[in-house]
Design a protein around this ligand. Sequence first.
Ligand SMILES: Nc1ncnc2c1ncn2[C@@H]1O[C@H](COP(=O)(O)OP(=O)(O)OP(=O)(O)O)[C@@H](O)[C@H]1O
Ligand SMILES: [Mg+2]
Length: 384
Amino acid sequence: METNLDILLVSEDDVVTNQVLNTLDQEDSSLSVISAEDTVREVNRQTRDIIVFVQSNNDNSVELIQYIKSVNPSTYIIFLARDSDFTILRNISKAGAEDFFVLPDEMSLFLSRFPTIKKNYEMKKSNREESTVVFGKGRGQIYSFYSGKGGSGKSIISSTFAQTLKLESAAEVILIDFNIQYGGIETMMSIETNRSIADLTPVIEELNESHVRNVSQTETHSQLEILVSPCDAEVGETLDDQFIAKLLRTCRRSFDYVIIDLPSDINHLMVTAMEESDKIYYVLYPETSSLKVLKHYEELCTRLGIDLQSRLEIVLNETSKENELQEGDLKDILRFPITAAIRRDLKGLQTFINKGEPVRKSPNEKRLIPFAKDIRKFTRAVLK
Ligand SMILES: Nc1ncnc2c1ncn2[C@@H]1O[C@H](COP(=O)(O)OP(=O)(O)OP(=O)(O)O)[C@@H](O)[C@H]1O
Ligand SMILES: [Mg+2]
């Protein structure tokens, strides 16, 4: 069997690291050692087969394991615990770890079992590869649009971006409106429906693609799937973190791109959505007060343990020569890359907003408004 497994050892304990490195046969696999804080970045960088996770010092092991599983449900996780606290072990299993061993007593057991674990994994992996050829689906990308400032263009940009992605490629795309209380996407995309995300609650435990497609609405011009908001704070209260995580993981498996319109107010549901996202596009209006809001958001994420460095990118909106700050100035100030710049286009957008029509309707439209051209440029760069 020809395999070359990609194995990660997440460890901050040199003794454990050395023991593992000395014993494991590394001939037919690549093994790298990283610290817990680099986990998110490293699992996003490439698909990992097996992760041996040594309990981290600042006890975010459960969250990290959940994250690894959300990125790739087939990554095999082995947890090496430093204490036999039952609650931790139970939470680790719930988060998705396949195996755990308690150190130091079970170190030799782990090392002796590892070759078998590896072999079983290899077999499962080659089966999986055969079946992916049949279904032809890869791992979907989740892109969230966010801004700490209300009215900055999140909804119009995310919906036009999703629509353009669908029109300009063969990808399966779904747009989700997480503005639970007020909605907004349904108006912009002229969708009338009494079904919303909340209708998935009864089936959330066994959620699959057809449940999602039963509730989502198909935009008539592009066939973009849209999950609209319940537009009801009370209904929103019945949703929890697990609901959001399960919904997004199902969408990730069934679509190539999952585009999310996030509200500016952050609650625990939106934290989950951000954690599940591969990218967060922060919509920034080029002026000093917006930079302050961004700074504030960065601080909040640090406190919440959301890693921004690996996933936040800036989308400048309403750029214009008259603005206080220009793209060049911002490049020097910002810690994040500027991925797109969208011109202010009051005249062009007005008709669409007033009529409640999507900005894009067909693949080869000849006359696009400046706003739509800028979004198309952004989309094409993403598709590359
Ligand atoms: N590039 C632009 N040029 C001109 N007008 C724009 C541009 N981007 C957004 N707007 C206008 O700004 C208004 C707010 O946009 P939008 O509703 O998308 O913002 P939002 O961030 O989703 O707001 P909220 O926080 O209320 O959800 C809209 O009327 C929209 O037409
Ligand atoms: Mg909005």
